[in-house]
Ligand binder design. Structure first.
Ligand code: GLN
Length: 543
């Protein structure tokens, strides 16, 4: 029978509830316990796929093709484990399922209510996820903070599960924040007390309180929280802001959270975070650094490219170098010279994207990378950028473009499959989730992966247009990966360039701190070499 850990948040959001949840997962997994994690998001969107990155940051895509909250990315990276679509539940999905059943007449004339109909649906998703994962422990994180109107049915469902299950099968962890009052130089516990009261008013007494703070938490503060919130002092776990998110499992384990959870849930397993600690040590003690630019359109919002940023960090850990990420707005490149904005960069990443804003700036970044021999990795849209730039500036296809941005371009080097096949109905849905890709021996991509067949995750509509393949290849663009039947171009690269690779998929989604993704490793390797020999691979200026 699976056991459950429910993680709720109080006081304010964005204090690291997702990282705490992921870290608990890592702690348990390191102790040899089979664990899975599920996110319960209170918003009414069916999934975050349609949400702007301004709302919730990056959309994370699971191997089975679900568009999910970015916390799923943290879970996968900390667990080093793929999670299924059932790990991501939203209120929208719950309402949709219940209402579809109502329309079908499945409720036989009954009145449909939040309790029990929504709560039953939620409970079946929670039990279902635990069962599908074969987990000994399922950790469920509820998005938002307690007291949010949308979150109430989730809290109620959790209350019911705690009631239905044997006591030693459920544990409730509440993550709060201790504000620092500068005038009196002290941390305040009152907001934590209030949020625990709110949680209790909904029938849940927390077993553990993780108290986030930007300052050291003295013992008397911990005891005060324990007293007022009715938890054991050893179950109040202070968590000061760490330098890196990957330190959090170590901090929590050090403070006894692992031991406490195992004791309360009646589980067995010895601590073994040695490999994780070693990884964190490498991260903390780099022997150099490289400068990498991420050219995107949400540079003021780093969460929009969270997995890309993390994948770079992982590659840095692998090579023992720190990665200085420079956020370069693609639109700046439309007004100022690329040489000015990207000078000194040892590598350039153009990540995925939708919409025209910044497209021409990204093309400029690709041109700069190609002409100066600067290592380049293009992810999804970033590959489309690379192909378009190459068509325009190397193959002389003036006005080459993606039909996403210029439907009437004379050279639609990136287009919809339907267009390629002469079908005019554009109602194609996105290609989502993991698909196989066959790599071509002798290419940089093949060398990086060191194997012939890989599975990578997708989230896109547009594709490389095969009609232009012969012409582009003749000019030096190498197709280094395709779908196994050869019909879809998955990876492109340049032969006479130190490292210029584009992927139609999103390799960043599969990178892990202890297993950096091969292509990000290769990019950072090329960046290190670039730092040692800045001019290698530069194309001589024309004319
Ligand atoms: N907008 C492009 C497409 O749909 C790229 C998508 C992406 O980068 N995820 O093909």
């Amino acid at each position: 029978m699976p056991k459950f850990i429910f993680v709720t948040g109080g006081v304010v959001s964005s204090v690291g509830k997702g990282i705490t949840t992921a870290s608990i997962g890592r702690i348990l997994k390191s102790r040899g316990i089979r664990v899975s994690i599920q996110k319960l998001d209170p918003y009414l969107n069916v999934d975050p796929g349609t949400m702007s990155p301004y709302q919730h940051g990056e959309v994370f895509v699971t191997a089975d093709g679900a568009e999910t909250d970015l916390d799923l990315g943290h879970y996968e990276r900390f667990l080093d484990q793929d999670l299924p679509a059932s790990s991501s539940v939203t209120s929208g999905q719950i309402y949709l399922a219940v209402l579809e059943r109502e329309r079908r007449g499945d409720y036989l004339g009954g009145t449909i209510q939040a309790v029990p109909h929504l709560t039953n649906e939620i409970k079946s998703r929670i039990y279902g996820a635990a069962e599908a994962a074969g987990a000994e422990v399922l950790i469920c994180e509820v998005g938002g903070t307690v007291g949010d109107i949308e979150g109430q049915t989730f809290i109620e469902a959790i209350r019911q599960i705690r009631h239905e299950e044997p006591r030693e099968n459920c544990l409730s962890v509440h993550v709060t924040f201790l504000p620092w009052v500068g005038a009196t130089r002290e941390l305040k516990t009152k907001p934590t007390q209030h949020s625990v009261r709110e949680l209790r008013s909904m029938g849940i007494q927390p077993d553990v309180i993780v108290a986030r703070s930007d300052h050291p938490v003295p013992l008397d503060i911990r005891d005060k929280i324990a007293l007022h919130c009715d938890v054991e002092p050893r179950a109040v776990i202070p968590l000061e802001t760490a330098q890196s998110i990957y330190e959090v499992p170590l901090l929590l384990e050090e403070r006894g959270l692992g031991d406490y959870i195992l004791e309360r849930l009646g589980l067995r397993g010895t601590r073994d975070l040695d490999a994780w600690r070693e990884m964190v040590e490498r991260l903390r003690n780099p022997h150099g650094s490289v400068d990498i630019a991420i050219v995107g359109k949400y540079v003021e919002l780093h969460d929009a490219y969270l997995s890309v940023k993390e994948a770079l960090v992982h590659a840095g850990i692998h090579h023992g170098v720190a990665i200085n990420i420079h956020w370069v707005h693609a639109e700046w490149l439309e007004r100022r010279a690329a040489g000015e904005l990207l000078a000194g960069m040892h590598g350039i990443v153009v990540p995925g994207g939708f919409g025209e804003r910044g497209w021409e700036g990204k093309i400029e970044a690709a041109r700069y990378a190609r002409e100066t021999g600067t290592p380049y990795l293009g992810l999804c849209l970033g590959m489309q950028v690379m192909v378009t730039e190459f068509a325009r500036n190397v193959c002389g296809m003036k006005g080459a473009n993606s039909t996403e941005f210029a439907p009437d371009t004379p050279y639609p080097v990136i287009s919809l499959l339907e267009e390629q096949q002469g079908i005019t109905n554009l109602g194609g849905t996105m290609r989502l989730g993991a698909y196989p890709c066959r790599l071509v021996p002798g290419t940089r991509a093949h060398a990086a992966y060191g194997c012939d067949l890989v599975y990578e995750r997708h989230r896109h509509r547009w594709e490389f247009n095969n009609a232009f393949r012969p012409q582009l290849e003749a000019a030096g663009l190498v197709v280094s990966g395709t779908s196994p039947d050869g019909s879809l171009v998955e990876v492109t690269e340049l032969a006479n360039h130190p490292f210029m690779v584009g992927t139609q998929f999103h390799p960043e989604l599969q990178s892990r701190p202890n297993r950096a993704h091969p292509l990000f490793r290769a990019l950072v390797q090329a960046a290190i070499e670039r730092q040692l020999a800045p001019l290698a691979g530069a194309v001589p200026a024309r004319g």
